[in-house]
Design a protein around this ligand. Structure first.
Ligand SMILES: Nc1nc2c(ncn2[C@@H]2O[C@H](COP(=O)(O)OP(=O)(O)OP(=O)(O)O)[C@@H](O)[C@H]2O)c(=O)[nH]1
Ligand SMILES: [Mg+2]
Length: 390
C-alpha cells in the first residue's frame, strides 16, 4: 500500500503515550467505557472510527477534508496501477478493448510504477480516465479478488473529473472511502446519551483503533487491559480473497481464526463481544454477480438456514447467515486449553457462558452504523468492567 506510510514518528509516539495512559491513569480510566476495535487488515475498523467522529463529534472540517486529497489521489494511482498491471498477469489474461487508443495509456501508468507520480497532471488524469472507460480494464477490475486491490478503487475512479479539479474538497463519503492503512494505535473520545433504563445521563467512551495486518497484531495486547467491549470486524466480502501479507491464505478463514483466538483467549474474557460482519454491500454484489461461496467453503453446499432465520429463496441471505453460523460454531466449540490457561485459575473458572452479538454492517453507511450503535449501546453499558486477566 503506497498511500499508507505517512504515519511516521509522531503517530508512534502517540501510540506509546496511549499505552502509558492505560497503565497509570486509573482514575480517569474509570470514567470511560473502553471499546476496542479488532480484526484483520482492511475490514473497516478505521472507517468505524470515522463514523464515530461523524455521529458523535463534529464530523470533518474543511481543512481536515482537504488534508485527505493527496491520499485520495494515491488511492486512484494505486487502483489503476494494480488493475492495469494485472491484465497480463491473470490467468487467463485480460485484453484491452481498445488496444489502439489505450495501449499508450497502459505504458504511461506502468512507467510511473507503483508509487504515485510527483505531479498529478492533466495528462495523467486523461490517461486514467481513458483506461477506466475501457471494458477490458473493467473486466480486470471485476476479477480483483484474484489480486490485491483496495475497496475504494471504483468509488474514486468513477469521480476522476471531480477529483482532478484544483477546487476539489472531499465530501463525507469520500472521507469514508479513503484508504490509509493503520500502523499504530489510536484513540477517539466521545459521549453518548444513556437510556433511562441504565440511569440516564451521558456515558463517556474511548474507542481504540489498531492496525489489523499480521505485522501489527502483536501490538494489540498493549490495549487489552480494562476493555469493556470488543468490536470485532470481519469483512463478509472477503470469502473469495487472499491476504495481502500471505497470498496463499483466504482472508475470511484468517478472520475466523483470529476471532477464535480473541473469543477464547485469556486476555479479553471479561469484555463484551460484538461482531460486525461488515462490507455487506460488497458481499451482496458479489453473490448477485454469481460468485460462489462453496468454492472456498465446501460446507456451504450443505448449509441450510432455518425458515425463521431468513428468506430461504435469497442466496445473499443464505450467505450472510452461513457466516454468522460459522461464528456461532466457534463459540460452541471446545477451546484449546493452551489459549485459555491462566496461572492460578482452573479451567472451569475460566470457561463461562458468554454471549456474542453479531451485526450485519456497512461501515461506509452512516445511517447503518448509527442504527447498529443504537442497538448495541445498551450491551456496552451493562457490561461490567473487571480487569482483563493477564
Ligand atoms: N463498500 C464498503 N467499503 C468499506 C466498508 N467498510 C470499509 N470499507 C472500505 O474498506 C477500506 C478499508 O477500511 P479501513 O477502515 O481502512 O480498514 P481497517 O480495518 O482499518 O484496516 P487496517 O488499518 O489495515 O487494519 C476503506 O477503503 C473503506 O472505505 C463497507 O462496509 N463497504
Ligand atoms: Mg485502520
Amino acid at each position: 500500500m503506497f498511500c499508507n506510510n505517512k504515519q511516521s514518528d509522531p503517530a508512534e509516539r502517540r501510540s506509546r503515550e496511549i499505552e502509558r495512559e492505560l497503565e497509570y491513569d486509573a482514575k480517569i480510566q474509570s470514567e470511560y467505557k473502553k471499546l476496542l476495535l479488532l480484526g484483520t487488515g482492511e475490514v473497516g475498523k478505521t472507517t468505524i472510527i470515522k463514523q464515530m467522529k461523524i455521529i458523535h463529534i463534529n464530523g470533518f472540517t474543511e481543512d481536515e477534508r482537504k488534508e485527505k486529497v493527496p491520499f485520495i489521489k494515491q488511492n486512484i494511482h494505486e487502483s489503476i496501477y494494480q488493475i492495469v498491471k494485472h491484465m497480463d498477469l491473470l490467468s487467463p489474461p485480460v485484453l484491452l478493448a481498445d488496444e489502439t487508443n489505450n495501449r499508450s495509456s497502459v505504458e504511461f501508468i506502468m512507467k510511473i510504477g507503483p508509487k504515485e507520480p510527483d505531479n498529478f497532471t492533466n495528462e495523467y488524469f486523461d490517461h486514467v480516465k481513458g483506461l477506466w472507460a475501457d471494458s477490458g480494464v473493467k473486466e480486470c477490475f471485476n476479477r480483483s479478488n484474484e489480486y490485491q486491490l483496495i475497496d475504494s478503487a471504483e468509488h474514486f475512479l468513477n469521480q476522476i473529473d471531480v477529483i482532478r479539479e484544483s477546487s476539489y474538497v472531499p465530501n463525507t463519503q469520500d472521507i469514508l472511502f479513503c484508504r490509509i492503512m493503520t500502523t499504530s494505535i489510536s484513540k477517539i473520545q466521545f459521549e453518548m446519551n444513556v437510556s433511562k433504563k441504565y440511569g440516564g445521563g451521558v456515558a463517556k467512551f474511548w474507542m481504540y483503533d489498531v492496525g489489523g495486518q499480521r505485522g501489527h497484531q502483536k501490538k494489540w495486547i498493549s490495549v487489552f487491559e480494562g476493555i469493556h467491549a470488543v468490536l470485532f470486524l470481519i469483512a463478509a466480502s472477503d470469502f473469495d480473497q487472499t491476504l495481502r501479507e500471505d497470498e496463499k491464505k483466504n482472508r475470511l478463514k484468517e478472520s475466523l481464526e483470529i476471532f477464535e483466538n480473541i473469543y477464547w483467549g485469556r486476555y479479553l474474557r471479561q469484555a463484551g463481544m460484538i461482531v460486525f460482519l461488515n462490507k455487506q454491500d460488497i458481499l451482496q454484489r458479489k453473490i448477485e454477480n454469481g460468485k460462489r461461496i462453496d468454492k472456498y467453503f465446501p460446507d456451504y453446499k450443505t448449509y441450510k438456514p432455518t425458515a425463521k432465520e431468513g428468506n430461504p429463496g435469497s442466496e445473499y441471505e443464505k450467505a450472510k447467515l452461513f457466516m454468522r453460523q460459522k461464528l456461532i460454531d466457534i463459540t460452541k466449540k471446545k477451546p484449546d486449553p493452551e489459549l485459555l490457561y491462566v496461572a492460578g485459575f482452573t479451567m472451569e473458572q475460566e470457561i463461562e457462558d458468554r454471549d456474542i452479538y453479531v451485526h450485519f454492517t456497512v461501515a461506509t453507511d452512516t445511517n447503518n452504523i448509527k442504527k447498529v450503535f443504537d442497538s448495541i449501546h445498551d450491551i456496552i453499558l451493562k457490561q461490567n468492567l473487571s480487569s482483563a486477566v493477564f
